[in-house]
Design a protein around this ligand. Sequence first.
Ligand code: ATP
Ligand code: MG
Length: 415
Amino acid sequence: MKTSQLFTKTLKNAPADEVALNAQLLIRAGYVYKEMAGAYAYLPLGLMVVENIKRVVREEMNAIGSNELIMTSLQNKAVWEPTGRWDEKVVDVWFKTKLQDGTEVGLGWSHEEPIVEMLKQYVHSYKDLPISLYQFQTKMRNELRAKSGIMRGREFVMKDMYSFHASKDDLDNYYTQTIEAYKRVYARLGISDDTYVTFASGGAFTKFSHEFQTICDAGEDVIYLHRGKNIAINEEVIDDAIKELGIAREELERVKTAEVGNIFNFGTQKTDEMGLYYTDDSGKQQSLHIGSYGIGITRVMGVVAEKFADERGLVWPSAITPFQVYLVQIGTSPAVTQAAQSLYDTLLAQGITVLYDDSDRRPGEKFADADLLGMPHRVVVSAKTIETSVFEYKNRTSQDATLLSLADLQMQLTK
Ligand code: ATP
Ligand code: MG
């Protein structure tokens, strides 16, 4: 794509009320637009990042046999009543509204109850199990605070997956497979070195849920790390965990983190509350075993933005960057334009994504944009480079540029 066709321009300043670094950078770089606190629009560049994250997650969920679907945002009050979760004293993030005839409806903050209800129509026998379903959906949560930019939205994209099993063992096995799939997701997104599976702090679910926490100064959570033993403990369970694991508090390092994923093993609790059963091979009615597995897609984007950014702007891992290359043309002579266009065509034909800055702005402005936008590679075509048939190449994270032949450049970009 050429910058002349791109909807957004970079901005000198983020809105004065935006305190989160991730949102400040994403707004300045033209990835997101702030509608109001906790509500961000994803502009073309931002949407590309979201879609790239979704692609990685989709591939890994498909690989463990899950099916993608999309459920509704409008939710039925009656579906949430049997578990007590329509009650705002139980769930404090509801957005609720009314139909014209006065019927109360909720806006989906989770889809656990609705999907259990849906399954009643499709699961009757042990032959219908196991089944795993997932979606990417915009969740609506009336969060008390929304000061972490896209890391905590009142409206945000989540991947939520639900699995249904005939036995405890089958669910436990799938739960473990999902932990491994999540680890692959975070590895592909470039954050596995700093992402830990912790015991979660889910009250009654303590033993039956896990959080995936990524070290991030802007995160809202705290975990205690034992790097030697590779143990991560959520702050809320620290006293119990210390006792249980037989470690000393002094051995633990306190770090700030963001929760990028959360998984729950509900056992048969929800099934029993909501009346979802199946008949086993002897014709007896049995309770289903259910797991629920979330990843905060837009939160992950915020965490990556926040973690890798430097003083010059965003730095995207290659798996999720909107474009691999930021191509800068310096000068407007026909020879330079032709050389830049020809490189652009060559790279596209090779399957390398390029954002080609074809504007007539000053080189300094273009370089500043290249840094702010955060694509992994910057390539410059100028009168000087075409004279010696080379290209100026710089990686986003290095200080110095080097001159490369076309073949060497192509090699560099596909490494
Ligand atoms: P938190 O403790 O951060 O509020 P949660 O326990 O409410 O998270 P879940 O309901 O398990 O989160 O949601 C699954 C995932 O969705 C979380 O692990 C997180 O990555 C993401 N998520 C939750 N709330 C938000 C939000 N307000 N904005 C963006 N992402 C969110
Ligand atoms: Mg929450």
